[in-house]
Design a protein around this ligand. Structure first.
Ligand code: PLP
Length: 396
């Protein structure tokens, strides 16, 4: 029998992708499923971006590109950071990869050694802990509570820093909670990091999706002294509905970008050529498409929160970014629901999918038992139908 490496054997399949696969099987069998498991905008990629890809192919941009991305795209990314965050970065501080997940993987591969510690506030995006473990480093998970708005405090951060701490991974707006740290809150965390030798990896992929008074913060702009140890990750998947184009990027000091370029040159040679020209059009082109999607996401957020609040026992801090609600379902544990009795979030989601045909992701996948994540990147009709089915299943 073929042998599987201990590296591969230690990696869990992505819980969100696995939940989506089970729902797809049910749909293929003719069952109507309300699928709220995937973190993927349901909008088409804006037409002007697709046209730019057509034009790129017609112009012959269908070959390998420089490893870190084409110069005109790296320049556009720098312009974007100047425009939105007044962050002065130069093209030699930029590397474009095949999605932000790939950017994170390369950044971790280029900074971590076995035995290093990486601080990750929970709830965290499913892939963080597995990506860290693949390098041989150790995730140090810091639990946060719904009562504290799912935000890590400076004293919690200070308490877990050791001489082995290499990195803090922070993600605001956050997947799975939708919370957005204020600039002041991030400054307070940055000040703790100032007193250490560790770096910060800030995953800002949802930065264009904030609602109401919430504002995104580019962590690299907080403290000049930290700029040399801050890695900014972002991408096109969420803001421009470009999940399939696989475009992510990293802004970091040049020595790290060079190291990541070496890793990337051996892994994928370069990011997809056609997608790079599509991303260039997304960043340099009209931004009304982003504003329209943001307005619709906000309306859906309001709808989902209003319906969920009517279900007894379900509680959550109001999300003000990304497109998720992360709610507490532990009040239902140990009690019969629709003929089943569940005692954890995995069993809750399994029973919910099988009985109510509503697909949610267990909080345990995000390091927070007792909760489930609902994505509202779905039409209002689907959201209304699914929430009615959920409420009925829970006897509300
Ligand atoms: N970071 C966070 C917090 C995410 O939620 C996701 C996708 O779900 C990613 C990164 C990766 O996005 P992509 O690889 O599509 O650019």
């Amino acid at each position: 029998m073929i042998r599987i490496s201990s590296l591969a054997a230690s990696v869990q399949p992505s819980a969100t992708l696995a939940a989506g696969a089970k729902a797809r099987q049910m749909k293929a069998a003719g069952i109507k499923v309300f699928d709220f498991s995937l973190g993927e905008p349901d909008f088409p990629t804006p037409a002007h971006i697709c046209r730019a890809a057509d034009a790129a192919m017609a112009a012959g941009h269908t070959h390998y590109t420089p490893v870190n991305g084409v110069p005109e795209l790296k320049a556009a990314i720098c312009r974007w950071y100047k425009r939105y965050h007044n962050f002065d970065c130069t093209p030699d501080m930029v590397i474009v990869s095949n999605g932000a997940k790939h950017s994170i993987h390369n950044a971790l591969a280029a900074t971590l050694n076995p035995g290093d510690e990486v601080v990750i506030p929970a709830p965290y995006w499913v892939s963080y802990s597995d990506l860290v473990q693949m390098t041989g480093a150790r995730p140090v998970v810091v639990p946060t509570t719904a009562a504290a708005g799912f935000k890590m405090t400076p004293s919690q951060l200070k308490a877990v820093i050791t001489p082995r701490t290499r990195l803090l991974m922070i993600n605001s707006p956050n997947n799975p909670t939708g919370i957005v740290y204020t600039r002041n809150e991030l400054e307070a965390l940055a000040d703790v990091m100032l007193g250490t030798e560790a770096s910060i990896l800030s995953d800002e992929i949802y930065e264009q999706l904030t609602y109401g008074n919430a504002k995104p913060t580019c962590v690299a702009t907080l403290r000049p002294e930290l700029r040399e140890r801050t890695i900014t990750i972002s991408g096109a998947s969420k803001s421009y509905a470009m999940t399939g184009w696989r475009m992510g990027w990293t802004i970091a000091p040049k020595p790290l970008i060079d190291a990541m370029g070496n890793v990337q040159s051996q892994e994928t040679s370069c990011p997809s050529s056609v997608s790079q020209y599509a991303l260039l059009a997304a960043l340099d082109g009209p931004q009304d498409c982003v504003a329209e999607m943001r307005t619709e996401f906000r309306a859906r957020r309001d709808l989902v929160c209003e319906r969920l609040r009517k279900i007894p026992g379900i509680t959550f801090p109001t999300p003000d970014g990304a497109f998720y609600v992360f709610f507490d379902v532990s009040a239902y544990f140990g009690k019969p629901i629709g003929g089943a009795t569940v005692t954890d979030s995995l069993a809750f989601c399994k029973a919910c999918l099988e009985t109510a045909h509503v697909n949610l992701v267990p909080g345990s996948a995000f390091g927070a038992e007792g909760f489930v994540r609902m994505s509202y990147a779905n039409s209002r009709a689907e959201l209304e139908g699914g929430l009615a089915a959920l409420a009925k299943w829970l006897g509300a």
